[in-house]
Design a protein around this ligand. Structure first.
Ligand SMILES: Cc1cc2nc3c(=O)[nH]c(=O)nc-3n(C[C@H](O)[C@H](O)[C@H](O)COP(=O)(O)OP(=O)(O)OC[C@H]3O[C@@H](n4cnc5c(N)ncnc54)[C@H](O)[C@@H]3O)c2cc1C
Length: 433
C-alpha cells in the first residue's frame, strides 16, 4: 500500500502536467466547497429571517386579536341582570348538571376570562329576598354564542340541601329564562402568557380550571400545563370526556386521583393515582416548583395544598385560588396589604361588632379577615355570593361606625351599606344583620 502511494507521488514528480492538473482539480474542489458552504450559510440565514418575520407577524396578529376581542367584549358586556334562556340541560353525573345559556335578546355575548363566573338572581317561592348565587363558567371562552355553567347539588349531611343548587338540579328546565349578571372575577388565567401552569381541583371545583385548560388548548398555545383533579370514583367524575380530551393535546398533562375507587374503576384507564390529591403527590410529579398554580376545591383541600406548596418554596404570589364560599386561605400578603391600607401596625382594630338583628355583640378578633367570615365563624347567618365584592349578595346596612375595604369593590355599594366579604371594621360597628 505504502509502495503504491510512493509510486503515484513519484509519477507526479516525473510528470509536471499531472501535478498542475491535480492542483487545478484541488482548487476547483475547494472553490466548490466554499461556494456550497457560503450558500448553506445564506440559506440558513434566510430561513432564520423568515422564521423571525413569521414570529413578528404572529405577535402582531395576536395583539390585534386581543385588541379587537377586548373592544368587542366591552361593547357586548352589560350592567345588572340580563335574561338568558336555558338552551340545554345536561346531566353530567349524579346531582351534577350543566346548563347552556343563550342570551334571550339574541345579541352577541362578551367573551370572558377563563376562570370567571356569572351571577344568577333567582326569585324562588317562599324566599322573601332574591337568592343570588355565583357559578363559574365551565367551558372555553372561544364559544361565542352561549355560556355554560356546571352545578352540583350542595348538601351538608344533617341539613336541608342547598337552596339554589337544588333548584337548578330539580326545577330548572330547558327553555326556562334566568336572570344573569355579566362574567366577573379575578381568578383567571392569562391565555396570552406562555408561562407553565399547574391547575389543581377537587370535585365541582373543576369548573373554572377546566375552562382555563380548554382555553389554552383552543388558543393553540404550546404552553406546559399540568391538570390535577380528584374525585371519589368514576361515578363522580363530572365532565370526564372533556378531561380525557385535554390529555390528547400534547402540552397538557392530566393526572386524576380517585380517593375511593369503585370496583369497576381501572387504574391507568379511569384514573392515575389512588388516594387524596396532596402537595406531596404534586411535588413528586413536577420537575420543579417553577410554575403558576391555580387551585379550586373545598376549604380543607385548598388549605392543605396552599400550605404544602408554600412550604415547598412556591411564592404566595404564584398561587391563585377560588373558594366557592368564604375563603379558608389567608395569604400573609393580604394581611400585609390590609395593614398598609389602614396604616395600622397591629393586625386589626380593638373594637366590637354588633349584629343588631341577631342581638349579638362580638369582640373583633385580630386574625379575622373580613366581616362576612367573622360573622359566619360566630354562627351569625349572612348571605354570601362571590366573596370577592362583585355580586352584592353580602351587602348589609351599617347602622353606626365605619368600615375599611381590603380590596376596592367592583361597584360602589349604596350609601350607608357595606360589602361584608371584603371589608372589616375601622372601630366599633353596628350592622343591620
Ligand atoms: C366564585 C364562585 C364560583 C362558584 N362556582 C360554582 C360552580 O361552578 N359549581 C357549583 O356547583 N358551585 C359553585 N359555587 C358555589 C355556589 O355559588 C353556591 O354557593 C352553592 O351552589 C351553594 O348554594 P345553595 O343555595 O345551593 O346552598 P345554600 O342554601 O346556600 O346552603 C349551603 C350549604 O349549607 C347547608 N345548610 C343548610 N341549612 C343549614 C344550616 N342551618 N346550617 C348549616 N348549614 C346549612 C346546605 O346543606 C348546603 O350544603 C361557586 C361559588 C363562588 C363564590
Amino acid at each position: 500500500m505504502q509502495s503504491h502511494l510512493l509510486a503515484v507521488l513519484d509519477g507526479f514528480g516525473a510528470n509536471p502536467g499531472l501535478m498542475v492538473g491535480a492542483a487545478l482539480v484541488a482548487a476547483v474542489g475547494l472553490q466548490t466547497a466554499i461556494a456550497v458552504f457560503i450558500g448553506a450559510r445564506r440559506l440558513h440565514h434566510l430561513q432564520r429571517q423568515a422564521r423571525l418575520e413569521q414570529d413578528r407577524l404572529n405577535l402582531t396578529l395576536r395583539a390585534a386579536r386581543i385588541q379587537s376581542q377586548t373592544a368587542e367584549a366591552e361593547k357586548a358586556s352589560w350592567n345588572g341582570w340580563r335574561k338568558f334562556t336555558v338552551a340545554r340541560k345536561i346531566r353530567e353525573c349524579e346531582d351534577v348538571y350543566s346548563f347552556e345559556l343563550q342570551p334571550h335578546d339574541g345579541k352577541p355575548l362578551p367573551t370572558f376570562k377563563p376562570g370567571q363566573y356569572v351571577t344568577f338572581g333567582l326569585d324562588l317561592p317562599g324566599h322573601g329576598k332574591q337568592v343570588v348565587r355565583c357559578y363559574s363558567l365551565s367551558d372555553a371562552p372561544q364559544r361565542r354564542d352561549r355560556y355554560r355553567v356546571t352545578i352540583k347539588r350542595d348538601a351538608k349531611p344533617g341539613y336541608p340541601p342547598g337552596v339554589a343548587s337544588s333548584h337548578f338540579c330539580d326545577q330548572v328546565r330547558e327553555s326556562d329564562i334566568l336572570n344573569v349578571k355579566a362574567p366577573a372575577g379575578h381568578f383567571a388565567i392569562d391565555t396570552e402568557k406562555e408561562t407553565a401552569a399547574v391547575l389543581i381541583s377537587a370535585g365541582v371545583g373543576i369548573t373554572p380550571v377546566l375552562s382555563m385548560a380548554k382555553a389554552v388548548v383552543a388558543s393553540g398555545s404550546r404552553r406546559e400545563i399540568w391538570f390535577f383533579f380528584v374525585c371519589r370514583n368514576r361515578h363522580d367524575f363530572m365532565l370526564q370526556s372533556e378531561v380525557e380530551a385535554l390529555a390528547k393535546a400534547g402540552n397538557i398533562r392530566v393526572q386524576v386521583c380517585f380517593s375511593r375507587p369503585d370496583q369497576g374503576d381501572v387504574k391507568g384507564r379511569d384514573y392515575h393515582h389512588e388516594g387524596r390529591l396532596t402537595a406531596d403527590l404534586v411535588k413528586s410529579l413536577l420537575p420543579s416548583s417553577n410554575y403558576d398554580f391555580y387551585l379550586c376545591g373545598n376549604g380543607a383541600f385548598m388549605a392543605d395544598l396552599f400550605s404544602g406548596l408554600t412550604t415547598w418554596g412556591v411564592p404566595e404570589s404564584r398561587i391563585h385560588f377560588e373558594a366557592f364560599g368564604p375563603a379558608t386561605i389567608k395569604k400573609t400578603s393580604d394581611t400585609t396589604s390590609l395593614r398598609r391600607k389602614t396604616g395600622e401596625d397591629s393586625p386589626g382594630p380593638q373594637c366590637s361588632v354588633t349584629f343588631a338583628k341577631s342581638g349579638r355583640t362580638v369582640r373583633w378578633e385580630p386574625g379575622a379577615t373580613n366581616l362576612l367570615e367573622f360573622a359566619l365563624s360566630h354562627g351569625i347567618r349572612m348571605d354570601s355570593g362571590c366573596c370577592a365584592g362583585s355580586c352584592g349578595s353580602c351587602l348589609v346596612a351599617v347602622k353606626s361606625g365605619e368600615v375599611v375595604y381590603l380590596n376596592p369593590p367592583d361597584s360602589t355599594p349604596e350609601a350607608g351599606s357595606c360589602l361584608t366579604c371584603i371589608c372589616r371594621p375601622k372601630g366599633d360597628l353596628i350592622l343591620d344583620a
